[in-house]
Design a protein around this ligand. Structure first.
Ligand SMILES: [Zn+2]
Ligand SMILES: [Zn+2]
Length: 347
């Protein structure tokens, strides 16, 4: 095998170059994966555009990408569950396994996690990656590597509806119809929640959300969202509100829209750290607010839901490109934000 491989390397803010980089080598507990599909996440675009997310600052050269599916081409000598030729989805966070949070199962909160494409750890916009066996999940027949790449954002939606404890026959409002909002809609439907309302401000996203089978989707610029919620629920509010847009306005809408005793999940991260909220309104409703950080213990479940056709993750894939065309796709993701819901690189 050759000693170098192609990778998309971030060399500065809004600078991405296709370069030859050293080929990774595996240790005894790892597999070498030929990367086949990688999704472009909102976080990748943010790192590319601004060079940081909060305290995580990119120091070029840096490789983005954390949503991937591929094929095993080599296995370490201790590997027992995977073999050459297996298709896998890679869970991008490798937790320490030793801390308090890891030990109690909340490994998404591990302070020592190695998370792909989160500085200082390189990501997976590359031809190959060496990866621990226990974080590479075998894909069954009928689940391809594009589905495998989409398991990562799907898990965000799955974790959100687990936190909300979504139940058959309940109602929900999804704020934001980007990739995560749309996957939340599909996941809610699969969980038996059919009364779903959605909000966005970008017309192409609103049109797309309509095709996913929501009851109503509103343009937050044109209508008073809380008045609409009042109207469709006879003033009761919805059982669950999912904030996936990451804006001050939508975060503030959550309390007004939720029913008494309802649940709110904050998945999006607004850029402003301080957001005034109607706490008295919240107290009077005895509603619960959950915050969400990534996901945990969900890769096998996400893969199963795709395999049994409960959720078709490809419905939200709007664009595909080759690794060579990745720099243009990043630019398109910024300039045509309304149209690019989920772009996936095909290698
Ligand atoms: Zn992601
Ligand atoms: Zn840990």
């Amino acid at each position: 095998m050759s000693k170098t491989m192609k990778a998309a390397v971030m060399t500065g803010i809004r600078k991405l170059e296709i370069q030859e980089v050293p080929m990774p080598t595996i240790d005894d507990n790892q597999v070498l994966v030929k990367v086949k599909h990688v999704g472009i996440c909102g976080s990748d675009v943010h790192f590319y555009e601004y060079g940081n997310i909060g305290d995580f600052v990119v120091k070029p050269p840096f490789i983005l990408g954390h949503e991937s599916g591929g094929e095993v081409v080599e296995v370490g000598k201790n590997v027992t569950t995977l073999k050459v030729g297996d298709k896998v989805a890679l869970e991008p966070g490798i937790p320490c396994g030793k801390c308090e949070y890891c030990k109690r199962g909340d490994y998404n909160l591990c302070p020592d996690v190695v998370f792909l494409a989160t500085p200082p750890y390189d990501g997976v916009f590359a031809e190959y990656i060496a990866y621990p066996e226990n974080m590479a999940f075998k894909l069954p027949d009928g689940v391809d590597t594009m589905d495998g790449a989409m398991v990562e954002p799907l898990n965000v939606a799955l974790h959100a509806i687990n936190l909300a404890d979504a139940k058959l026959g309940e109602s929900a409002l999804v704020l934001g119809c980007g990739c995560i909002g749309m996957l939340t809609i599909l996941t809610l439907k699969a969980a038996g929640v059919k009364e779903i309302y959605a909000v966005d401000v970008l017309p192409p996203r609103i049109e797309k959300a309509r095709t996913l089978g929501v009851k109503e989707v509103w343009n937050g610029k044109d209508v008073d969202v809380l008045a609409m919620v009042d109207m469709v629920t006879n003033g009761r509010g919805v059982d669950m509100v999912f904030e996936t847009a990451g804006t001050v306005k939508t975060t503030q809408l959550t309390i007004g829209a939720v029913a008494k005793g309802g649940r709110i999940v904050i998945t999006g991260m607004a850029a402003e750290p301080l957001i005034p909220l109607d706490i008295i309104g919240l107290v009077c409703k005895e509603a619960k607010i959950f915050s969400q950080f990534r996901y945990k213990n969900l890769y096998p479940k996400g893969i199963k839901l795709i395999a049994d056709k409960s959720i078709n993750v490809k419905e939200v894939v709007s664009d595909t490109c080759t690794l060579d065309d990745l720099p243009e796709m990043f630019e398109k993701s910024i300039k045509e934000k309304d149209k690019v819901i989920k772009a996936v690189v095909e290698m």
